[in-house]
Structure formats: C-alpha cells, structure tokens
Design a protein around this ligand. Structure first.
Ligand code: COA
Length: 197
C-alpha cells in the first residue's frame, strides 16, 4: 500500500462530467483560507453548489475555462485548479483583450508538498502559452507559500476597498439610500466581498 510520500502525480484536464468534483474542491479551499484569516466560514448549500457548477459548465462551453486535476496512479484527483479567461478593459490605443487567471488551487492536505499544485500550475501556464496569451494572473492565498513565486510570478500593486465599510471618513451609515448597492442588485453584501482566488 503506497503512502502519500511514495506517490507521484500526473495532471489531466477535468472532463465536463467531473464538474461537480472540480466545484467541490473549492469548498475546503475557501474553508481553510477563511479559518487561517480568522473569518467565519459556512458550508455552501446544495443550491449554491449547483449555481457554481452551472457557471463552470457555461464557461467551459464558451471555451473560457479549463480545469485540471492532479491524479495519482489510480486516477483519483488529489489536487485541482482551473484557468478562467477574463476580459480586460479597452483603453485608448488598447483593444479589449482576454487574460487567463488561475483560480481555486487546492491540494488535499495529506498529499501536499509533493508537487501536485506545481504540476497544475505548469499545465495552466502551458495551456495559456499554447493559446498565445502573453500573461497569466492569480490572486495568491496567504497559505500558498512559494508555489507561485518559485515559478516567477510577481506581485503587481492592486488596491481593494471593502465597500461594506464605505470610504474612510465617510461612514456608509450616513447614506440615506434604500439599502446597499449589492443588496439592491439582489446579491448579499457578504457575497460581494469575496474576491476570486
Ligand atoms: C497552496 C497549495 C495549493 C499547495 O499545494 P501543494 O500540492 O502542496 O504544492 P506543491 O507540492 O507543488 O508545492 C508546495 C511545496 O512542496 C515543495 N515541493 C514541490 N514539489 C515537490 C516534490 N516533488 N516533492 C516534495 N516537495 C515538493 C515545494 O518546494 C513547495 O515548498 P515551499 O512552497 O514551501 O517552498 C496547498 O497548500 C493548498 O491547497 N493550500 C490551501 C488552499 C490554498 O491556499 N490554495 C491556494 C489558493 S491561491
């Protein structure tokens, strides 16, 4: 019986029939990161999971999302991640274009430190290069260690403002509207605070 230490992995693409499994990998990932950051975490409802799976399937059909599993000898996934191609705004002299993002990287805890995530990262980079993209981005979690920087990823400055708190010096409680914009748009404020990873 091989132990996790003896195992080696190969990477393969996620098949459309495996979307629920790819979606499931997101649950422990979000949970672990939230716990590390001291944020509350909940288990998604079956309805939320179905919506997430629907989104993945739609983006796969449009050719904008490709998922990868790192699998052991028996073919069972031990790690997952996907590349999502996102539109980047036009600017004067710049036509709108597309940029791949790596998202939802997760390795089951007992298989970590064996290169599974690095193999998914390499497959994602190769996929993007083959399609002629000149850049690939991601938002690292505080648990990612050197997985990305070892492959040459560099931080670029980007600022975020938590809109539920409002701009500094102007508390959002002073606003005399009918609820916060995220609520008026039919989405919960807590959901709108989550950033892609
Ligand atoms: C971040 C995460 C995906 C990394 O997964 P992993 O499969 O352990 O990653 P790797 O094995 O490729 O690399 C991790 C470490 O193992 C080492 N390693 C890589 N290949 C190895 C191999 N063949 N044998 C032994 N160790 C290896 C690497 O040097 C790396 O060490 P360092 O980062 O401390 O320098 C995983 O820890 C995880 O799921 N964390 C929680 C969720 C999360 O934060 N996801 C990232 C979202 S951006």
């Amino acid at each position: 019986m091989p132990t996790p230490k003896d195992l080696t992995f190969r990477v393969r693409k996620v098949r459309p029939s495996e979307v629920p499994l790819l979606a499931w990998f997101r649950v422990p990932m979000s949970h672990e990161i939230a716990r590390f950051e001291g944020r509350p975490t909940t288990i998604p409802s079956p309805r939320e999971m179905r919506e997430y799976e629907r989104w993945i399937r739609r983006e796969m059909r449009r050719g904008r999302l490709v998922g990868f599993f790192a699998v052991g000898e028996e073919g069972l996934p031990v790690a997952a991640g996907f590349v999502w191609v996102q539109e980047v705004a036009a600017a004067p002299g710049v036509t709108p274009h597309w940029r791949p993002r790596i998202q939802s990287m997760y390795t089951l805890p007992c298989f970590r430190g064996r290169g599974a995530a690095t193999k998914i990262l390499d497959a994602s980079i190769a996929w993007a290069k083959e399609r002629g993209f000149s850049r690939i981005s991601l938002r690292p979690s505080p648990l990612a260690g050197r997985v990305y920087t070892r492959r040459g990823f560099e931080a670029v400055p980007e600022l975020h403002l938590d809109l539920s708190k409002g701009p500094a010096g102007r508390p959002s409680s002073r606003r005399k509207g009918k609820g916060k914009p995220a609520q008026r748009a039919g989405r919960s404020a807590s959901r709108s605070r989550r950033h892609p990873r």
